[in-house]
Write a protein that binds this ligand. Structure first.
Ligand code: CA
Length: 744
């Protein structure tokens, strides 16, 4: 009877967590569109409603065109594209708010985004209207002066699509062009919305939603084409970038980043060239990876479009391409012609990548004075820890140096342009402790560049990871296929050892001199996963932090000048704009993303909630925020542990492979997704099966894993989680009965 009551109590708690976890309204199926399973064969024809030959768009709203975008510096009051200009420097010439008066910056208005997952969007602001996104690819149009709501567009992505996300249903924003707003939905639909009303002008499936592709990145528009890539390289996909005509959504071109099965022929010469750098049968292991999930930039004078390419599927190159090879165009920066998608040049940051070292991080174009000559450069600080300066006309490597301490390579050989790897870094014989981790020295959080200071402001991650060879590898369609040892990816049982690892998990704001390739200044934070940065002509750098602050620094020295308590972790980058002579600075707040999901132990110790909002500031702003109620502690109520050590070990391995990405390392959740150690289903063998393999909670985002794990494996996971719940309970009691301490 007591057990029954406890179970009921736990069910109630679980329901609360689940409801609080996300939009409680189940949404309709998104997979209605009939597309083939080969993404290359997806028909370019837009889906319902059929395309209007002349979309009914308001010429007044979002009337951005090539001329305005190319002359964006002439109207600094607007923020018309993702990185403000095509060069994506995220530098604003506005200086009304500056290092002399930023102390009087205050909240002008806030807008609740009404989702509870990570908020990563860069807002677009055009002629007084802000277009931004929350999680689940929901678009909001707001009056940029007051925060007044104008319209909302919800693509109603089916929540079970979460199964295919590495990092939650996040979205990094929209693009605008000639009266239309473009958003890529998590399930692959690209929408063109009427900027005045939010109504759909056209939509097109950029991939089959049944495949483990996702869209989280912001589209860009160049020469009347909407450019959009996708994510999913952890799971097993073949990456590509697509260009659609803005008028009707017709597919203009598609550039694959990795070759397909050579027996089927190659799409172009670039794919033929790439195939010569691969071994084995990568196309049978999910497709090679190489997704274009975030960064792009454009140089109108050179007429070159640049984009960053992600990691391989699986991560482990020895499995993906036995015997090696560079595996083009993984972890590369690629330059193509925007009219046709024709390949022009590439630079590969991590040949034969084997660590999830994507080159999808911010791409910034600038003109730098190097050795007395002004060079047109492209800059990137990709995951692998090196800061690259390339000649953006040719792709020639100008310089590279590590911007954090790294253990996998000693330096980049300037003669070959290749990193010089450390022996053992490929973890073929023994596990290897590597800096940076799979999250990179820098992830998606945009960096910025100030032409005034000549510095690049990088949100740096400084985290180790251990990689090892798996005992066996089986390609498991639809779930993560990293090809690395799941156990070595987990944390030790001993808490003192865990705490020692936790102490290595760091983050900082780094001001980097790209000419000298050296640090100018740094600000150490309490931890990693802080927000993207904005630099302004007011000698300011602005950044939100994981521990809930929005901070202004002097751009030349790093001196902290002002901060605001955001009540939640901040990962999105700020933007700035001006209306009727008054400058505003705006940032979207709301904790989430990969680190927040995976590093639960660390996150629970910090325990900040997700509160998803747009916060907009101006000098003398007097608005405030309502108080937040937050109950971070997991309630432990595990049943007796009966399973054998072998079963529990099996459960750990499967958990780390399949469940960890959302529910957290070693079953400690980041509390954005339910912590399974507090789940009532630990008591209920059949209920657990119904959820894990039966899809009972699919409308709340927990899809069925029947295709991926057996019933025996599912119960082994349950046993492992029960063990971890007892561990958490014991630690809690050790720390002091009745005291509200962080779980874990
Ligand atoms: Ca990845």
């Amino acid at each position: 009877m007591i057990r029954y009551l406890l179970t009921l109590a736990a069910v109630a708690i679980l329901s609360t967590v689940l409801t609080a976890c996300d939009r409680s309204e189940p949404v309709g199926a998104a997979g209605e569109s009939a597309v083939t399973t080969d993404p290359g064969a997806v028909a370019p024809e837009p889906l319902e409603p059929p395309p209007a030959a002349q979309p009914s768009v308001s010429p007044a709203a979002a009337s951005v065109d090539a001329r305005r975008l190319q002359q964006a510096d002439k109207e600094p009051g607007n923020w018309m594209s993702h990185g403000r200009t095509y060069s994506e420097q995220r530098f604003s010439p506005l200086a009304q708010i500056n290092d002399g008066n930023v102390a009087s910056l205050g909240l002008a208005w806030s807008y609740d985004l009404e989702t509870q997952r990570g908020i990563e969007a860069t807002s677009i602001v055009v002629d007084g209207v802000m277009y931004t996104t929350s999680s689940w690819s929901i678009v909001h149009a707001l009056d940029a002066r007051t925060g007044e709501h104008l319209w909302t567009f919800d693509p109603e992505v089916a929540q079970e699509k979460l199964k295919h996300t590495c990092c939650g249903p996040v979205n990094r924003g929209v693009a605008v062009w000639k009266g239309q707003v473009f958003v890529g939905a998590l399930d692959g639909r690209l929408f063109a919305l009427d900027a005045a009303s939010g109504k759909v002008n056209w939509q097109v499936a950029t991939f089959d939603p049944a495949l483990p592709y996702t869209i989280t990145g912001a589209p860009r528009v160049v020469k009347g084409k909407v450019l959009i890539g996708n994510g999913g390289a952890e799971f097993g996909v073949r990456g590509y970038l697509s260009a659609y005509n803005v008028k009707d959504g017709g597919l203009a071109w598609r550039f694959y980043t990795v070759p397909g099965d050579p027996a089927l022929g190659f799409e172009n010469d670039a794919m033929k060239m790439a195939a010569a750098t691969w071994n084995g049968e990568w196309w049978k292991l999910g497709g090679g990876g190489g997704t274009v999930w975030d960064s792009m930039a454009y140089d109108p004078k050179l007429d070159l479009l640049y984009f960053g390419v992600g990691n391989g599927t699986p991560w482990n190159q020895e499995i993906r391409s036995p015997g090696g090879g560079d595996n083009l165009f993984l972890s590369s920066i690629v330059a193509v012609r925007p009219d046709t998608g024709e390949y022009v040049w590439h630079y590969q940051t991590t040949p034969g990548e084997s660590w999830d070292y994507t080159a999808t991080q911010s791409i910034i174009l600038a003109d730098l004075k190097l050795a007395g000559t002004t060079r047109k450069v492209l800059m990137q600080a990709p995951k692998n820890g090196f800061f690259y300066v390339l000649d953006r006309q040719t792709g020639e490597l100008i310089s590279a140096d590590n911007y954090i301490n790294i253990t996998w390579a000693t330096h980049v050989d300037m003669a070959t342009g290749r990193p010089v790897e450390v022996s053992g870094a490929r973890y073929q014989d023994t596990p290897f402790t590597i800096f940076p981790s799979y999250l990179g020295g820098h992830n998606w959080h945009p960096m910025s560049f100030s032409p005034d200071t000549g510095l690049v402001y990088i949100p740096v991650l400084d985290i180790p990871a251990v990689y090892g060879q798996p005992e066996t590898f089986r390609y498991n369609p639809g779930v993560a296929n990293t090809g690395t040892d799941g156990i070595s990816g987990g944390l030790p049982d001993d808490q003192a050892e865990r705490d020692a690892i936790g102490a290595l998990v760091k983050g900082r704001l780094l001001a980097w001199n790209p000419v000298a390739q050296k640090e100018a200044w740094r600000v150490e934070y309490r931890g990693p996963w802080n927000g993207g940065t904005l630099a302004t002509a007011g000698n300011l750098v602005l950044q939100g932090t994981a521990d809930g602050k929005f901070v202004a620094y002097r751009a030349d020295s790093g001196e902290a000048l002002w901060n605001f308590t955001t009540q939640t972790g901040v990962v999105a980058p700020p933007v700035t704009y001006e209306i009727d002579g008054e400058q505003y600075i705006s940032v979207n707040v709301g904790w989430g993303g990969a680190f927040a999901l995976v590093f639960g132990e660390y996150v629970q110790a910090e325990s900040l909630p997700n509160v998803s909002r747009v916060l907009t500031f101006k000098l003398g702003g007097k608005a405030g925020l309502p108080p937040v109620e937050w109950q971070p502690a997991v309630v432990f109520n595990p049943p007796e542990l009966k399973a054998s050590p072998e079963t529990i070990k099996q459960g750990l391995t499967t958990y780390q492979d399949v469940c960890m990405g959302c529910h957290g390392l070693n079953a400690v959740s980041g509390l954005i997704v339910p912590d399974l150690r507090g789940s009532a289903y630990l008591w209920d063998e059949k209920g657990w099966e119904d959820v894990v393999r039966g899809g009972l909670l699919k409308e709340r985002g927990m899809a069925s894993f029947a295709d991926n794990i057996s019933a025996v494996e599912a119960q082994a996971i349950r046993s492992y989680v029960i063990q971890q719940a007892w561990r958490g309970k014991a630690l809690r009691e050790q720390a002091g009965a009745g005291k509200d301490v962080p779980a874990g």
